[in-house]
Design a protein around this ligand. Structure first.
Ligand code: C5P
Length: 227
């Protein structure tokens, strides 16, 4: 890869929806913590440096896990109260001059190295913002504030994944603007400064671990992908 690429893995969330003692990114998945699978997939893409963003109270736990699994940790950056703040901290600490910056959820361990390469190649080839997304398969229904509801055309809707990959200058500029409650991912942050986002076919297997059941599903998917 000719351009310099920085992969930011955000893993500073507390995983309140997950409900376990341990945030989901540190839970065991086929014998290895979720976050190690995530970092490994990005490293296997051989596209650039990987850094992890952790909350300060989880750093010791992560270091202990790395020692236990004889794993070489990427550089650690301390995250913030929100995902936006965590990404901002990583850009401030490491993203000064990277030509391409990707942001990936630590809780998406099944991303393929092939897709990472393809997304990075899109930005190296001139796209300024590219995100993986998959068509929704469930029927969708809009529930209005008055309690009424109506069917909507699901062909118009895609479920957005990470890594989301950006031109470095664009992401740095977008993150110099104030945070908004409407930001749920980095694509919404760059859109806020007028950028056009390219949607690229994602992978149905690239699930985000959110509920305890997702670990069991991810383990099965991973075994299936390996066989
Ligand atoms: O909460 P949600 O699953 O949407 O979080 C997406 C990702 O952002 C997770 O990998 C989580 O660890 C990360 N995050 C973070 N800092 C926060 C909140 C979330 O790095 N303050």
């Amino acid at each position: 890869m000719k351009s310099s690429v920085l992969h930011i893995v955000v893993a500073a969330g507390s995983g309140s929806r997950f409900g376990a003692d341990l945030p989901k990114q540190f839970c065991d998945m086929n014998g290895i913590p979720v976050l190690m699978h995530t970092v490994e997939s990005l490293r296997q893409s051989q596209t650039g440096e990987v850094v992890v963003v952790l909350s300060s109270d989880m750093v010791e736990l992560w270091k202990d896990l790395c020692e236990k699994h004889n794993y070489d940790s990427p550089e650690i950056i301390i995250g913030g109260k929100t995902r936006w703040q965590s990404v901002k901290n990583a850009i401030a600490a490491k993203g000064d001059d990277a030509e391409i910056i990707s942001v990936h959820d630590g809780a998406r361990p099944l991303i393929s190295a092939v897709l990472v390469r393809k997304l990075v190649e899109c930005v190296a080839g001139g796209d300024r913002a590219v995100i993986p997304a998959v068509a929704v398969t469930d029927s969708l229904r809009k529930v209005n504030s008055d309690g009424s509801n109506e069917a909507v055309d699901r062909r118009l809707f895609y479920s957005v994944q990470t890594p989301q990959v950006f031109d470095g200058n664009l992401l740095r500029m977008a993150y110099s603007e104030p945070e908004s409650a409407l930001f749920t991912d980095d694509a919404s942050v760059v859109e806020n400064v007028g950028a056009t986002v390219r949607v690229y076919p994602g992978e149905p297997t690239n699930i985000k671990i959110t509920h305890p059941m997702d670990i069991a599903i991810a383990e099965l998917i991973q075994k299936g992908l390996r066989s």
